[in-house]
Design a protein around this ligand. Structure first.
Ligand code: NAD
Length: 501
């Protein structure tokens, strides 16, 4: 058996599953075919959704801390398969080894978080205005949750959603990205092994996966039997999914595109900023939703910072992400490369000056892999192209003169995912994270915009979707809240002092 098939097998993916299907999966590393997966027929979707609904009726009555035990087991399975699943992520999404492993670690972390949360699914007790009365809130399981994911976090985003959904009492139906379904499948298989260990307290159909393209996801989006759709991907996808879910009064978690900025002020530690810019702009070849795309730097430090940055960019090790020491792997496909070239041409037409990169590299070694030299483009102002998300290592630099202008520039884009400031000036820092500062879902101080921990709520405002997942109280979205007013008196007083008969 080939090394590839052995790795799949260790992940629980059998050879016959990756052969003879219609969904061709290629590695962005060299364009080699990794698998031909069998797509889930559209005609099977009704039954899959019905199975999930039936599983819900049983799963919602399992005590939450017992449900937490299942997720604990999933964390164990992910931990022991970390190397193999991480390898599949690298092969399929082109992430360097460290980032592939880090992605699986996020799954382990959210399982541990969700297990603890399973003992804390609590509402408030509220005093009543009426004597002998008490008000309380309970959080109850919601129903089947559809999880639709993007190619660039093909393992972690499923875990973020499913770990919480499962402890909250909800079955899951997972539709991984068609560009990276193997990582999703490997992560899902770890969950299936956990379910097998958990035994018959888990109903059939508790977790299901469907393999295919966008139309398959649409069946989940449109089904009234699915009260929550969690969809991660482009704003284009969100524009289609959001209204459809809303039209049937479903709930949604939309995690869409970002256009993340960093403000570097004269009071910044430039060496620290430099390291954060590098990880922010070129890690995952600029293909993180939280990648740094706009550097807003005070004119007085711009030259010094750019000098350091250009030197660092010149030494970036670009290449096969599986080779130790590589920092920048490939773009996901040719379309991503074409989109980057188009954005650079537009930036130039809009007055931009290319300071570094943008060109394709390693073409001879990898004729079917799309590697680029990460680009830096100095822009005279925040033009139309800067206000768009280009999913590639393309960093725009904008100069500012006063701090209020920096914040205005920062916020003047349609997206609102992540943001950061580098400054040791307490007034600048506090202003940036205040109500009058960054309008993003995440605003960091002296760290970059990317690489979030699972403990905080993750997500963004404006065209990023407005929702949150992962840590903090994101679990509440996977439950329905019930407000209960309890009368333990012998009278029946009405609220607001109303007398009625
Ligand atoms: P994409 O929008 O092309 O696809 C994402 C998923 O949505 C896939 O599973 C796809 O099959 C499905 N899909 C696409 N159109 C659909 C439709 N009309 N109805 C239902 N499902 C549909 O995104 P991508 O290229 O895989 O990922 C890159 C994008 O994802 C970037 O914009 C990035 O910023 C964003 N992203 C956001 C977050 C976040 O948390 N905010 C995280 C990761 C990626």
């Amino acid at each position: 058996m080939s090394e590839l098939l052995s790795c799949f097998k260790r992940c629980g993916i059998e050879p016959e599953e990756v052969q003879g299907g219609s969904l061709v999966v290629r590695s962005p590393i060299d364009g080699a075919e990794l698998a031909r997966l069998h797509e889930t027929p559209a005609s099977a979707m009704n039954e899959i959704i019905a199975r999930s609904k039936a599983a819900f009726v049983q799963w919602r009555t399992v005590p939450a801390p017992v449900r937490g035990e299942l997720v604990r087991l999933w964390g164990e399975e992910l931990r022991s398969a970390k190397r193999d699943i991480g390898h599949v992520v690298s092969l399929e999404a082109g992430k360097i080894v460290e980032e592939g492993l880090g992605e699986v670690q996020e799954g382990v972390d959210i399982c541990e978080f969700a297990m603890g949360q399973s003992r804390q699914l609590c509402g408030k007790t509220i005093v009543s205005e009426r004597p002998g009365h008490r008000i309380m809130e309970q959080y109850h399981p919601l129903g089947p949750v559809a999880v639709i994911t993007a190619f660039n976090f093909p393992s972690a985003v499923f875990a973020w959603n499913a770990a919480l959904a499962l402890v909250c009492g909800d079955p899951v139906i997972f539709k991984p990205s068609e560009k990276a379904p193997l990582s999703g499948l490997a992560t899902f298989r770890a969950l299936e092994r956990a379910i097998a260990r958990f035994g018959d307290r888990a109903p059939a159909g508790l977790a299901q996966i469907v393999i295919g393209k966008a139309p398959l996801a649409e069946a989940l989006v449109e089904s009234p039997l699915i009260p929550l759709v969690s969809a991660t991907g482009s704003t284009r996808m969100g524009r289609s999914v959001g209204p459809k879910v809303a039209s049937r009064f479903g709930k949604r978690i939309l995690e869409l595109g970002g256009n993340n900025g960093m403000i570097v002020t004269p009071a910044a530690d430039l060496d620290m900023a430099l390291r954060a810019i590098l990880f922010g702009a070129v890690a995952t070849a600029g293909q993180r939703c939280t990648s740094l795309r706009r550097l807003i730097v005070h004119r007085s430090v711009k030259e010094a910072l750019l000098e350091k940055l250009l030197k660092a960019y010149a030494g970036l090790r670009i290449g096969d992400p599986l080779v130790p020491g590589t920092l920048v792997g490939p773009l996901i496909d040719e379309a991503a490369y074409v989109a980057m070239q188009k954005a650079m041409a537009e930036a130039k037409a809009q007055g931009g000056r290319v300071l570094a990169g943008g060109e394709r590299v390693l073409e001879k070694e990898f004729p079917k892999g799309f590697y680029v030299q990460p680009a830096i483009v100095d822009m005279p102002q925040q033009t139309a192209i800067v206000r768009q998300e280009t999913f590639a290592p393309l960093l725009y630099v904008l100069a500012y003169d006063d701090f209020a202008q920096a914040i205005d520039l920062h916020n003047d884009v349609p997206q609102g995912l992540s943001s950061c400031i580098f400054s040791n000036d307490m007034r600048e820092v506090e202003t940036f994270i205040s109500a009058a500062g960054s309008d993003c879902g995440m605003a960091n101080v002296n760290i970059g915009p990317n690489g979030a921990e699972i403990g905080g709520a993750f997500g963004g405002e404006k065209e990023t979707g407005g929702d949150r997942e992962s840590g903090s109280d994101a679990w509440k979205q996977y439950m329905r809240r019930s407000t209960n007013t309890i009368n333990f008196s012998t009278e029946l007083p009405l609220a607001q002092g109303i007398t009625f008969v």
